[in-house]
Write a protein that binds this ligand. Sequence first.
Ligand code: PEP
Ligand code: MN
Length: 337
Amino acid sequence: MLIVMKQDATPDEIQGVSRAIEARGFKAHPIPGAQRTAIGVTGNRGAVDQPVFESLPGVFEVIPVTHGYKLVSREVKPEDTIVEIGDVRVGGRELVIAAGPCAVESLEQVLTVARGVKEAGARLLRGGAFKPRTSPYSFQGLGEEGLKILAAAREETGLAVVTEVLDPEGVDLVEHYADVIQIGARNMQNFSLLKRCGKAGKPVLLKRGLAATLEEFLMSAEYILAEGNYDVILCERGVRTFSDFSRNTLDLAVVPAVKTRSHLPIVVDPSHGTGRRDKVRAMSRGAVAVGADGLLVEVHHDPDTALSDGPQSLTPKMFATLMGELRQIAPVIGREL
Ligand code: PEP
Ligand code: MN
């Protein structure tokens, strides 16, 4: 349920409504907007007594929310959410590009790539220290040592770090080092992980599951917001289809579909979305053109020796070329890079 306050509602009235919600054992989520404040209600099983809330001072209207998600919806918050990571703002006019290796392999590797992508204009450094690999015999990541390497690269370059957490037990450690916690595609419906990240003090980058519908994707984000963490960035990374010429099918149409339904920012991962570096450039250009708020791109200084996802990794030089192209596209659609 959503309680829309009158434009001239006072802070006391807003607090009064929140208290009335909480007195019934529900959770109140006040969402200030440009025109008015709305208060999302979660934790209720079934319908809430609408007239009771309609009669409270300062209330304009009470809207039942029919989707399985509420807090992520545009109904609740018409304005775009901007997720702030230090001085980087995801969801505003500026496109935010995160780039870096699939997996952290060594300090030298991460520093080489980080310097390259920073010079080309990336704002965030990506790299996995805990890797969700299909085979248990594939490289699983360096663990905490990898997180320390990422922190060292941040120290040197100033780039904020996006890195994946695999399970709820790992969140304490990952959030200590990361600026953005990544939840991978395979974990999109790991509900205990979503809930734990909802209590984390860092923004979350939530990747779409391998076969997740848009509704399921948004409901997973809802789990995080419902626990009180409103800083969620969605990420389209391709889904499984019958199409067999690429690793996944990058669903760029989901970007405008998310934008109509949700206020959350969405970035696109053209690397996992295609699986081949020769397609990453074209799909990156497409992603920016359809309105993505940024990209997550895999870059490796020597892709042939990469311990994971070499075939889809760009070299720093290819990445720089791509950034030059994106800089030309951005202003055409009212964005900056
Ligand atoms: C990754 O970003 O390296 C990764 C494992 O992505 P996904 O969860 O989308 O497969
Ligand atoms: Mn990867």
